[in-house]
Design a protein around this ligand. Structure first.
Ligand SMILES: Nc1ncnc2c1ncn2[C@@H]1O[C@H](COP(=O)(O)OP(=O)(O)OP(=O)(O)O)[C@@H](O)[C@H]1O
Length: 394
């Protein structure tokens, strides 16, 4: 798939932008702070209704405006003339709205799955070096890109967790004196949390199993070493016998979700007294982590800057390959990544992504982008995005 036209109104620094794009590589070149990332961030937003740079929508609306609009025409494939017009209104004061081919959607999230993207950015280093929440966000992002319906599961889980936490908080300190009535209410919340949580957890585990062998292969391509990269999943629920780390799995047997939900429930029962004292849910995917290894060593705390970067890129390349294996051709966004890499890694990354239907690249200096990825070039500056008419090699 690829975006053949992008239109922005009051998005970030743009009053208006109109950018015709083609399949293959497109590079956006411009000095710092000119609005290159803003353009690809808009494409990412159309695809995920979120941005890799911010956790809420407020900064996406141009300062002083009430509403931002992102519109993109998405073609199914290079030899497939079908296209869809996706439109998202980001509203400062009311709920966002989305349309496909001008028809309003009941919920903005119904737009998910039409445009799929894999975004590489300097922030990816946090997946390797950052907090557990950064790794959970990486994995959940990939889960939702694979199966857009998981966005609803995730949001249901978050709603139930919030309500359960509110109940626990109101009970905290009351301990055992909470009484049978409270026990029955907690049981209802536990069931709900375990059922939805097991769905989210099994999607994560399945995706981690599938992406790690591809990540390991990509790491060996990118980094000039032969280390195996592996991952284990650190859960608050005992996964023994249900799931094992990806490299040890002989076949990709689906996880027994019912058994997972039972173990979730058992763990909740065991931790209930603690939860009542602490006033917060202590069990579930919101507290899990993914432990990444390069060779024998954990990546976090041990890997060098270069190794961490290579692993971060490999995770995105693994994601790209996994989506392709699923039959999805995502748009790749390489936001400001080439400046961070040496010449060897630049070339290796470029040759790994060049076969994508569309690759959108941002860079401050054109010569940082390997030649095979230069493609069509736009110069970004002074609030404008202009097709470049000079030589493509300065
Ligand atoms: N909501 C907003 N309203 C107005 N301007 C904004 C808003 N959000 C960001 N900007 C401006 O957009 C610019 C940043 O754009 P962007 O991040 O796309 O830069 P860039 O070209 O990718 O730069 P770099 O090469 O430094 O990464 C900044 O000047 C910032 O002040």
């Amino acid at each position: 798939m690829f975006v053949e036209h992008l239109e922005l109104v009051d998005f970030r620094s743009y009053v208006r932008a109109d950018v015709p794009m083609a399949a293959g590589a497109t590079t956006f070149i411009g000095s710092n702070g000119q609005g290159k990332t803003n353009l690809v961030e808009a494409v990412e937003y159309l695809s995920t209704l979120s941005s890799h740079r911010v956790s809420n929508d407020t900064p996406l609306v141009r300062l002083g405006a009430d509403q931002a609009v992102v519109r993109g025409r998405v073609r199914a494939g290079t030899d497939d003339a079908r296209s869809l017009l996706l439109e998202v209104e980001i509203n400062a004061r009311r709920a966002n709205r989305a349309r496909i081919n001008r028809a309003p959607l009941t919920r903005p999230r119904d737009i998910l799955g039409v445009l799929r993207t894999v975004v590489f950015s300097p922030n990816d280093l946090a997946v390797v070096r950052g907090d557990p929440s950064d790794r959970r966000a990486f994995l959940d992002g990939l889960v939702v890109t694979r199966w857009p319906r998981m966005a609803a599961v995730k949001s249901d889980y978050e709603r139930v967790l919030k309500q359960r936490n509110a109940l626990l908080k109101s009970l905290s300190g009351k301990g055992r004196s909470a009484g049978a009535e409270i026990g029955a209410t907690m049981d209802i919340w536990d069931n709900e949390l375990a059922t939805i949580g097991a769905e989210l957890l099994s999607a994560r585990l399945d995706t981690l199993s599938a992406v790690m062998p591809l990540t390991s292969a990509a790491y060996r391509e990118i980094a000039p070493v032969n280390d195996l990269t592996t991952a284990s999943y650190k859960s608050t629920i005992d996964l023994e016998g249900l799931w094992s780390p990806p490299q040890e799995r002989e076949s990709s047997t689906p996880i027994d979700r019912k058994e997972l939900a039972n173990r979730f429930l058992d763990t909740l029962a065991k931790r209930r007294a603690d939860e009542l004292i602490r006033g917060v849910t202590l069990v579930g995917p919101q507290r899990d982590d993914i432990i990444l290894h390069i060779g024998e060593m954990p990546a976090k705390g041990y890997a060098s800057h270069g190794e961490s970067w290579s692993l971060a890129l490999a995770l995105r390349l693994g994601s790209f390959q996994l989506l392709r294996d699923d039959g999805i051709e995502p748009v790749l966004v390489l936001d400001d990544v080439f400046a961070e890499l040496d010449a060897t890694r630049r070339d290796r990354l470029a040759s790994s992504v060049v076969q994508a239907d569309q690759v959108l690249v941002t860079a401050a200096v054109a010569s940082d982008v390997p030649e095979i990825l230069r493609g069509e070039r736009f110069d970004v500056g002074g609030g404008q995005v202009l097709a470049y008419e000079g030589n493509n090699d300065d």
